[in-house]
Design a protein around this ligand. Structure first.
Ligand code: CO
Ligand code: ZN
Length: 326
C-alpha cells in the first residue's frame, strides 16, 4: 500500500496542474488496463473488460493549493487559495511551488494589537508568501510542502483528498482481472474548484452508473462536529447526502448488499457540508445515477490529512465486489 500511496500523495498536483499526477497514475496502471484516453480537458479515463459498459468510478487527481497573485516586494508575494483553503491553515506553513521554490506564509503586523486583530479575523489580504528571496512569476501554483507519514495503520499526507481514492482505483484495476462487463476508472481534474473535470468526463461513456470515491470528514476526535458520525477504521462510508448531491438510492442499496455479502464493514454517511464529483456526474447528458463512497478522514484540507489503512483496503474490496454485480 505505501508504495502506491506515498508517491501519489507526495506528487505535485493542485487544480489545473494535474499533469504529474496523471503521468504517475498512468505509469501505475498501464499494464493492468485494456485501454485509456485523456480527454480534451485532461481527465484520464481507463477501462477494463468487455461486454457493454457498466459503471465508472471517479477519483479526482487535483489537490487544494495556492497561486501567486502579485509581488509585494522581491521575495514576498500575495497568494490566492486554489480550492477550499483556510487562511488559518496556511499561516506559518511551508509551500512548494511548481518551479521548486519553497516558501512560508507569514502575516503582516506592526504592533501586538495589530497581530491580535489579524489573527482574530484572518484573511488572505493580510497574509504573504515569503520565498526566501527567490523571485517567482505571477500565476505560479503551490501546494503544502508535507511528506507522507505512516504510523501503525494510520496514514498522513497533504493530499489524501483525493489521492487516497486514486490509490483505491489503482489497486482495483491491479487486483481485478476478469470483470463481468467493462468498467471504467476515471481520474478527474479541478474537482476542488467546482467539479470541473467530472462535469464532462462521463459524457462519451455509455455507463449506467457512476460512483465518486472521495474523502469525508470524520468525527472521532475530541469535540469533532456533533452532527457527523464517521469514524476511522470502521469501514468505507456509503454516502447518503452531502451539501451538493444525494446518492442514488438504488446504488446505495446495492453497495450495502455487496458489503453484506462480502462481510465488509461499512458506515453510513450524512455529511452536513461539502460535495463530490457525484454531483456533476449525475447531471451528465440525460443523467447518470450516481453515488459516493467516502474514506473517513481527519483534518481534511490541511497538510496533515489522516486516514486508516483498513478503510482503504475495504474500499478496494467493496468496489471489487460491486463490479461483479453490475
Ligand atoms: Co477536497
Ligand atoms: Zn476531494
Amino acid at each position: 500500500m505505501d508504495e502506491v500511496v506515498r508517491p501519489l500523495t507526495e506528487s505535485f498536483g493542485p487544480s489545473g496542474r494535474e499533469d504529474k499526477v496523471r503521468n504517475l497514475i498512468l505509469e501505475m496502471i498501464k499494464d493492468h488496463i485494456d485501454g485509456y484516453e485523456i480527454d480534451r480537458v485532461g481527465n484520464l479515463i481507463a477501462w477494463k473488460g468487455n461486454g457493454g459498459d457498466s459503471v465508472v468510478f471517479v477519483a479526482h487527481m487535483d489537490e487544494i493549493g495556492i497561486v501567486v497573485t502579485n509581488e509585494i516586494k522581491e521575495g514576498f508575494y500575495r497568494i490566492e487559495p486554489v480550492g477550499g483553503v483556510s487562511p488559518y491553515t496556511t499561516l506559518s506553513k511551508r509551500f512548494v511551488l511548481e518551479d521548486g521554490t519553497i516558501g512560508v506564509v507569514g502575516v503582516e503586523h506592526e504592533t501586538v494589537e495589530d497581530y491580535k486583530k489579524s489573527l482574530s479575523d484572518l484573511t488572505f489580504d493580510h497574509l504573504y508568501l515569503d520565498t526566501m528571496g527567490k523571485r517567482v512569476k505571477i500565476g505560479t501554483f503551490g501546494v503544502y510542502h508535507s511528506s507522507y507519514q505512516r504510523s501503525g495503520e494510520m496514514m498522513m499526507s497533504k493530499a489524501m483528498d483525493d489521492r487516497i481514492s486514486v490509490a483505491v482505483l489503482v489497486e482495483l484495476v491491479r487486483n481485478l482481472d476478469d470483470p463481468r462487463r467493462r468498467f471504467y476508472v476515471a481520474f478527474s481534474i479541478q474537482e476542488e474548484v467546482g467539479l470541473v473535470g467530472s462535469s464532462v468526463l462521463a459524457y462519451p461513456l455509455d455507463v449506467k452508473e457512476a460512483i465518486a470515491i472521495d474523502v469525508t470528514d470524520s468525527a472521532d476526535m475530541p469535540k469533532a462536529f456533533k452532527r457527523h458520525s464517521m469514524i476511522l477504521g470502521k469501514g468505507p462510508a456509503i454516502k447518503i447526502k452531502d451539501k451538493m448531491s444525494i446518492s442514488d438510492r438504488r446504488i446505495v442499496d446495492k453497495l450495502i448488499k455487496v458489503a453484506g455479502e462480502n462481510d465488509l464493514p461499512y458506515q453510513m454517511e450524512v455529511l452536513t457540508l461539502g460535495g463530490t464529483d457525484a454531483a456533476a456526474l449525475m447531471r451528465t447528458r440525460e443523467g447518470i445515477p450516481s453515488a459516493t463512497i467516502s474514506i473517513p478522514t481527519r483534518y481534511i484540507h490541511t497538510p496533515s490529512e489522516v486516514v486508516h489503512k483498513k478503510d482503504v483496503e475495504n474500499t478496494v474490496k467493496l468496489l471489487m465486489g460491486y463490479v461483479q454485480k453490475v
